[in-house]
Design a binder for this molecule. Structure first.
Ligand SMILES: NC(=O)c1ccc[n+]([C@@H]2O[C@H](COP(=O)([O-])OP(=O)(O)OC[C@H]3O[C@@H](n4cnc5c(N)ncnc54)[C@H](OP(=O)(O)O)[C@@H]3O)[C@@H](O)[C@H]2O)c1
Length: 255
């Protein structure tokens, strides 16, 4: 059992593991058990959000582990008009003094500037180490950077071989914004014939091929499963080597 230890450097100087556990739709004891299983298997990063309603369970499992775990949570303006109040609630629910990464979950309905200012303030106060966004276009990333002079550390967007777009990946790199992918296994990825044939040739699972592909692109990935065995297996890819033909085939699916 060996999970890649690759990380991405963030503006604070922190290193964000490229592989973590997604926790959307995991709740109650299942959420706690899944985070425990992930940390026992070697994961060192978990992704949650106010919207997921599981920060208590995620935080309890992280704290009980006694391990250094990179925690991401997210603010959604439709759930709370005040980013600061939402962050204080997230920290209380997680049982942490600060989170490693705090994201604007979706482009706000109103102007982004006041929300981002609150994010900058929280970072200055040490309540969060790094700040970022989710579901932002490259244009919206540029707008945030233009109004504040501070680029988001991370943009979390839907990402998989089925939606791979080199211009989007390069656009994040050019801006110094770490791309984090979500829903890497859903929307037909698990059944895709090209990915299945690569998995069969390597005698590995489709999720393992997809996780390895993210890591090879230095993109963060946060596969979710409610099954502890799948959680352990999905990230067990440190010894999996995709060859250039595999990578070309995976990068071409969306063409
Ligand atoms: N920022 C955003 O707007 C946003 C949006 C969506 C998601 N996210 C984040 O990204 C994370 C991952 O995305 P996601 O939750 O959409 O889904 P995902 O990780 O792409 O896929 C999860 C699905 O794959 C199945 N699965 C996992 N491992 C498997 C395996 N080895 N074999 C067969 N099936 C397997 C799971 O079923 P089982 O549970 O039965 O294993 C589940 O149905 C989320 O949990 C969340 O943290 C963020």
């Amino acid at each position: 059992m060996s999970i890649p230890t690759d990380t991405a450097a963030l503006p604070s100087g922190a290193r964000m593991p490229l592989v973590g556990l997604g926790t959307w739709r995991l709740s109650g004891d299942v959420a706690t058990g899944c985070v425990e299983a992930a940390l026992a298997a070697g994961y060192r990063m978990v992704d949650t959000a106010t919207r997921y309603g599981n920060e208590r369970e995620v935080g309890a499992a992280v704290r009980a582990s006694g391990r250094p775990v990179f925690v991401t949570t997210k603010y959604r303006d439709s759930l709370s008009p005040s980013p600061r109040a939402a962050l204080e609630q997230s920290l209380a629910d997680l049982g942490l003094d600060r989170v490693d990464l705090w994201l604007i979950h979706n482009p706000p309905r109103g102007p982004v500037e006041p929300v981002w200012e609150e994010f900058l303030r929280a970072r200055a106060e040490g309540l969060v180490c790094d700040i970022g966004v989710s579901n932002f276009s490259l244009d919206l990333l540029d707008e945030v950077t233009r109004v504040s002079g501070v680029a988001p550390a991370v943009n979390q967007i839907r990402w998989s071989p089925l939606v791979f777009d080199r211009a989007v990946l390069d656009g994040h790199r050019a801006r110094g914004v770490q791309l984090a992918g979500y829903s890497g296994l859903r929307h037909g990825t698990l059944d895709h014939p090209v990915i299945r044939s690569i998995a069969e040739r390597h005698r590995r699972s489709v999720p393992q091929i997809v996780v390895r592909w993210h890591v090879d692109h230095a993109v963060v990935t946060i596969p979710r499963s409610s099954d502890p065995h799948r959680i352990a297996s999905n990230a067990d890819v440190d010894d999996l080597a995709l060859d250039p033909d595999d990578r070309r085939a995976l990068d071409s699916i969306s063409a």
